[in-house]
Design a protein around this ligand. Structure first.
Ligand code: PFF
Length: 456
């Protein structure tokens, strides 16, 4: 079993890893991104492909990344380099970690801007500003927010400071408790919202929209979007899971913990869809609402229910925490690498990484107002300039490339003995997983990618 220890510490138990990894994967990707992507990409067709990608590619990769982390016990870049070296292979495998860290850095910059919106909405709910709001009112309130760079900057700054503060103290202190209490609360509130939407909104149309598959709506672009989102939502291809895996106790079963994380993440995304679409349909909102969807629908539901402002405030505060537990996992691999490579103190590394993403975040928030421009991507028009570009470059390019390379690394570079040693077994489950990681996952990712850019 494990032959190294991490200089950054270790989770106190297997459960804490599950909580932390769930905290990383459950975030804005599930509640903000999944519903609007499903809306944009044809509902059921997208959902089906997304679920297939999660089970056939995402889940096996989640295990693979955790394995690399626990075996290497360092930041993703250094773990990959060390493990490749152990096998007598090229040290350039570290580049896979570099791609991951680059992706994290780009993602955190726009993630923080959107997390800022959730902060703004917690306050708006708390002050009753959205009481009784109509669908049209909610839309114009959202549009006003994103048109105002100063307000966006303030919220983005607050969120980034919070993230840096948590990461500087070390992910363990504070995080463990926060995730243990807040995640179940968020889950319960989501269930409550689904119940409310089912009673008040058009639930039949929602189920039909999300789960009836129109085969013709499955285009190469939809498939690539779904694949990219599967990576994004499970925090794959960025080093987040690798670094969390590097803190995993040696005796924890990797398959068991990762499957729990994957199931929780998928459930939360589906619940978010079931909560949001009934409101979309009863209020005749267009499905192409894109980035504003959750902010233009849920306030309508909260605005009309008794005690809605209180529940709304609670919901958005919990969403802030979900975003925070994801953001810290984006910053952590960068910080761990800076600490290892430049011998920086954790606080200094966290400030450096946070500050540079904060600066990049300013470009992101200007994409909604002063620097807004439209462009076409795989047949869809995007309205938010560089924000959309960064999102698309990371989710449809960097993450699949990182995921592909990770699968090849674990399937072909690491010796089978090392893999078996970490996963502890060679039963049917292992054989299926190994087949997926060696053949199915890399091939599927490559084909989906090449197909979308019309090479094959
Ligand atoms: N998985 C997170 C979400 O769905 O919101 C986002 C994320 C976190 C992506 C950490 C990548 C990552 F490394």
């Amino acid at each position: 079993m494990s032959i190294r220890t991490s200089m950054h510490g270790q989770w106190s138990s297997r459960l804490i890893f599950i909580l932390a990894a769930t905290g990383s994967s459950v975030g804005l990707g599930n509640i903000w991104k999944f519903p609007y992507m499903a809306g944009q990409n044809g509902g059921g067709a997208f959902v089906l492909v997304y679920l297939i990608c999660i089970f056939m590619i995402g889940a096996p990769l989640l295990m693979a990344e955790t394995l690399i982390g626990r075996r290497g016990r360092q930041s993703p870049i250094n773990s990959l380099e060390t493990l490749a070296w152990d096998e007598g292979r090229s040290r350039s495998w570290r580049m896979v970690g570099v791609i991951g860290i680059l992706a994290s850095w780009l993602i955190i910059s726009f993630y923080s801007v959107v997390a800022g919106w959730t902060l703004a909405y917690s306050v708006r709910m708390g002050t009753g500003a959205l009481d009784g709001v109509t669908a049209a009112g909610a839309t114009s309130i959202f549009n006003e927010l994103i048109a105002d760079p100063e307000r966006l900057l303030a919220w983005h700054t607050i969120f980034m400071v919070l993230t840096v503060a948590v990461v500087s103290r070390g992910v363990r202190s504070g995080l463990e408790q926060a995730v243990r209490v807040l995640m179940p609360l968020l889950f319960m509130l989501l269930l409550f919202l689904v119940g409310y939407s089912a009673l008040k909104g058009d639930f039949t149309q929602t189920v039909d929209f999300l789960f009836t598959v129109d085969i013709n709506a499955i285009t190469p672009a939809t498939v690539l979007m779904a694949l990219g989102h599967a990576f994004f939502t499970l925090s794959l291809g960025m080093g987040a899971i690798m670094i969390y895996g590097s803190y995993l106790p040696a005796d924890a079963s990797i398959p068991r913990v990762t499957i729990q994380v994957m199931l929780m993440d998928t459930l939360v995304a589906l619940l978010a869809g079931l909560a949001i679409f009934p409101i979309v349909f009863t209020n005749d909102l267009p499905l192409t609402k894109e980035v504003g969807l959750v902010f233009q629908t849920l306030p309508v539901a909260f605005g009309q229910m008794p005690g809605g402002m209180f529940f709304g405030m609670l919901f958005f505060i919990l969403l802030v925490f979900a975003a925070l537990t994801s953001a810290i996992s984006l910053l952590e691999p960068i910080v761990a690498w800076l600490v290892e490579s430049l011998s920086l103190k954790r606080v200094h590394a966290a400030i450096m990484a946070g500050f540079s993403s904060w600066v990049l975040g300013i470009v992101m928030l200007l994409s909604f107002n002063h620097w807004a421009f439209e462009f076409d991507f795989l047949g869809q028009t995007r309205a938010n300039g560089l924000f959309d570009m960064f999102d698309l470059v990371t989710t449809t390019f960097l993450l699949p490339v990182g995921g592909f390379a990770t699968a090849v690394f674990v399937g072909w570079i690491l010796s089978k003995l090392v893999v078996i040693d970490e996963l502890g077994g060679h039963g049917v489950f292992f054989r299926v997983w190994y087949f997926l990681i060696r053949y199915a996952a890399p091939l599927a990712v490559a084909l989906i990618f090449l197909n979308a850019i019309e090479v094959v």
